[in-house]
Design a protein around this ligand. Structure first.
Ligand code: ASP
Length: 310
């Protein structure tokens, strides 16, 4: 990558050239991960997670360790966050350890950008999810997965379905896919789960799942974000599965080569049937693997030097 990137809080932090550069580096890491092992030997990454996580936290940790880094994990349980320490005070404490990277997940929108304004030179801030706003590394790994499978994205019709309104993955992925020039994006959701007008203005909107599926090359499923829903009824799981669950019958309405993505965690029998999640058209496990390669690539790119140009 040419221009230096210091932090990664949003895909909008990057020029389109930088996004392509990150994806190309991730492709190279995916093709030969061991060529990059130990490239950031001795650096320190701190995972600061105020919300639950399996894939994102572990893949940042494994990515960092594969690159030879030291990793410290901080969560709300067992740290001074439980004693009432503020985010800023916790961050100042971590900053005093001179980390090379702080990866932050927090329920409040804008937290990663807030930490960028406090970070000392030499500390890179990465957003691992802030409220409903953004999850930019998920967007990158989704794009990598689609590029690996389909090559060029410009001919694709992509359906995003489920609780789009409360999903940070949706916001980041939609922004990135539009910038990468996907042919058509369709948003399919019950009315309560559709996003605001600004998002909808770009895309075709469907409130009947089956109608959105004709000719779809990709279906990106989202779970109901129960922890972020207030003032709305959470649908009954059985009713939701009947109307909005991706079943083999529904998948058969899409293009024959259609592939299914889901950022996880999946709720089997709610937004997705096990036969689809575990079936031959699912790329869900590949997404997780690509999460590792994408995060290795991001750490290399942020650290600059020659690693990123390999
Ligand atoms: N793991 C993703 C996130 O943190 C998706 C989800 O939780 O549904 O946003």
């Amino acid at each position: 990558m040419k221009a230096a990137l210091s932090h990664f809080t949003h895909t909008d932090d990057c020029s389109t050239e930088q996004l392509h550069g990150l994806l190309q580096l991730a492709q190279r890491v995916a093709a030969d991960p061991s060529a990059y092992y130990q490239k950031l030997s001795g650096q320190l990454l701190i995972n600061l997670f105020y919300e639950a996580s399996t894939r994102t936290r572990v893949s940042f940790e494994v990515a960092a360790k594969r690159l030879g880094m030291h990793v410290v994990n901080i969560g709300t349980a067992g740290s001074s966050i439980e004693k009432g320490e503020t985010l800023h005070d916790t961050f100042f404490t971590l900053q005093a350890m001179q980390p090379d990277f702080v990866v932050v997940r927090h329920p409040v929108e804008g937290t990663a950008r807030d930490l960028v304004s406090l970070a000392e030179p030499g500390t890179h801030i990465i957003n691992a999810g802030d409220g409903t706003a953004a999850h930019p590394t998920q967007a990158l790994l989704d794009a990598l997965t689609l590029q690996q499978h389909f090559g060029d994205l410009s001919g694709l019709t992509i359906v995003m379905a489920g609780d789009i309104r409360h999903s940070r993955v949706a916001r980041s992925s939609l922004a990135l896919l539009r910038r990468l020039g996907v042919k058509e994006i369709r948003l399919a959701a019950p009315a309560d789960f559709l996003p605001g007008e600004q998002t909808v203005a770009h895309d075709r909107v469907f409130t009947e799942f089956d109608q959105a599926l004709e000719g779809a090359n990709v279906i990106m499923m989202l779970r109901i974000q129960k922890e972020r829903i207030s003032g709305l009824n959470i649908p009954d799981a059985g009713d939701y599965h009947r109307d909005w669950g991706l079943t083999p019958q529904r998948l058969a309405l899409a293009a024959p080569e259609c592939r299914v993505l889901h950022p996880g965690p999946i709720n089997r029998g709610v937004e997705i049937a096990s036969a689809v999640a575990d079936g031959p058209q699912s790329l869900i496990r590949l997404q997780v693997r690509n999460g590792l390669y994408t995060r290795m690539a991001l750490l290399l790119a942020l650290s600059g030097g020659n690693h990123a140009a390999m």
